[in-house]
Design a protein around this ligand. Structure first.
Ligand code: UD1
Ligand code: UDP
Length: 385
């Protein structure tokens, strides 16, 4: 555990899962750059709620953590994540005595680390604050995690106007609230620029070589707790039927590491023709897949934002979304998990150019930000420190 820099100011950025790493990476980089000349040290605490999925995401951005609590267990419970992050982060904050803690989003790492900081009177900044589905069961437990984290925070970095207005309506004073855009757009730009520089047009992941070169494909991801079981089966069956109905169409399905997800996906899609089942992809490969595919089917939060920035149609496999901008001004269509509805909507978009054009006509690639969110967050935080 790192106890250096006792007299300077210190910020601890907490990450636990893949999306936190991707979305916090630009903030960590911006804080390190802007903070170093001001004597502000930026430390990264990984809770290890995810293992390889977290490490891989940090590596993509040239980052490693300063300390890892390594809490992950196979098929872990919410209680386990909450209690071990609360205790482990608390111990780390006692040892490092940060002046501020930054958390991201809505995971259980986010909430438990914010609570540990709050118990020590350490100021908490919440990146991606203010999103609401207004249904505590959807997404579960993320909606509650985000609401509770917003109660614990002192500083709020809202990714959209809607999120900022929600926080104001909930009583957050304007001088503690910044409209920054979503840092995922910064992350996406980082990858696109890096790929441009290297000039490579190939996927790194061997599994993707099974995909016939230039073949049209849909990209499918699903992992939400509320989709486990029957809903996940409907999603997988729908993906298979779409491939059967559209001649020559493939499906690329990077499977989340959660055994509850993988078993169901394998049960339905294993051994199917023109279906590539693979491990989670490195962020750069995944971004390339999003750019190259014909259509995305996903229940992911971050993918709704990235798809909109890339002007790529995305069927949102949820009943509600805390990101209404994806539907109103992005490239998203909310279809839920009804098998026939997914199939009919996907086939229509894939075979009727007019339907696809109409969906994308409303899409503003900057609906979630302009790619400068991390800089705005770093400036706001350093000013307050
Ligand atoms: C978590 C977050 C969710 C977020 C998602 C991003 C909570 C409650 N859930 O859900 O909000 O959308 O991350 O992906 O905070 N596993 C591995 N290796 C890994 C990661 C996971 O083996 O690198 C397996 C383990 O068996 C683990 C299981 O996946 O127990 C579930 O991980 P967990 O973080 O509890 O839930 P997620 O569904 O990943
Ligand atoms: N992602 C990735 N590889 C994959 C699938 C997703 O790098 O195989 C990225 C994706 O681009 C997005 C993030 O992971 O930035 C989303 O993570 P996830 O869907 O697990 O969580 P959520 O956003 O729903 O919380």
């Amino acid at each position: 555990m790192n106890r250096e820099n006792k007299n300077g100011k210190k910020v601890v950025c907490v990450v636990g899962t893949r999306p936190e790493a991707i979305k916090m990476a630009p903030v960590i980089r911006a804080l390190r750059e802007a903070g170093s000349s001001l004597g502000v040290r930026t430390l990264t605490l990984a809770t290890g709620q995810h293992t390889d999925m977290l490490d891989g995401a940090l590596r993509t951005f040239g980052l490693t953590c300063d300390h890892n609590l390594n809490i992950m267990r196979a098929s872990q419970s919410l209680d386990h994540i909450t209690t071990s992050v609360l205790a482990g982060a608390g111990e780390y904050f006692d040892a490092t005595r940060p002046d501020a803690v930054l958390v991201h989003g809505d995971t259980t790492t986010t909430f438990a680390a914010a609570l540990a900081a709050f118990y020590r009177h350490i100021r908490v900044g919440h990146v991606e604050a203010g999103l609401r589905s207004h249904d505590m069961g959807l997404p579960f437990p993320e909606e509650m995690n985000r609401v509770l984290t917003d109660r614990l925070a002192e500083w709020y970095y809202a990714p959209t106007h809607e999120a900022s207005e929600t926080l104001e309506r909930e009583g957050v004073p304007r001088d503690r609230l910044w409209l920054t855009g979503n840092t995922v757009i910064d992350a996406l730009r980082f990858i696109l620029e890096k790929k441009g520089e290297s000039g490579t047009g190939r996927y790194e992941n061997e599994a993707l070589s099974a995909l016939a070169p230039g073949a049209p494909f849909i990209l499918v991801t699903a992992h939400r707790r509320e989709s486990w079981g029957e809903a996940m089966r409907r999603i997988a069956r729908a993906a298979s039927r779409v491939c059967e109905q559209v001649p020559g169409l493939w499906a690329v399905v990077p499977m989340h590491k959660n055994p509850a997800v993988r078993e169901t996906i394998r049960e339905i899609l294993g051994g199917r023709e023109r279906v590539v089942l693979c491990d989670p992809l490195d962020y750069a490969d995944f971004v390339r897949c999003m750019a190259d595919c014909r259509l995305i089917l996903s229940d992911s939060g971050g993918v709704q934002e990235e798809a909109s920035a890339l002007r790529k149609a995305v069927l949102i496999l949820r009943d509600v979304t805390e990101r209404p901008e994806a539907v109103e001004r992005g490239s998203g269509l909310l279809v839920g998990t009804d098998e026939d509805k997914i199939v009919n909507t996907a086939v229509s978009l894939l075979t009727d150019g007019g339907a696809m054009d109409r969906l994308l006509a409303k899409c503003d690639p900057q609906a979630f930000g302009d790619g400068h969110a991390a800089q705005k967050i770093a400036t706001a935080l350093l000013e307050r420190l």
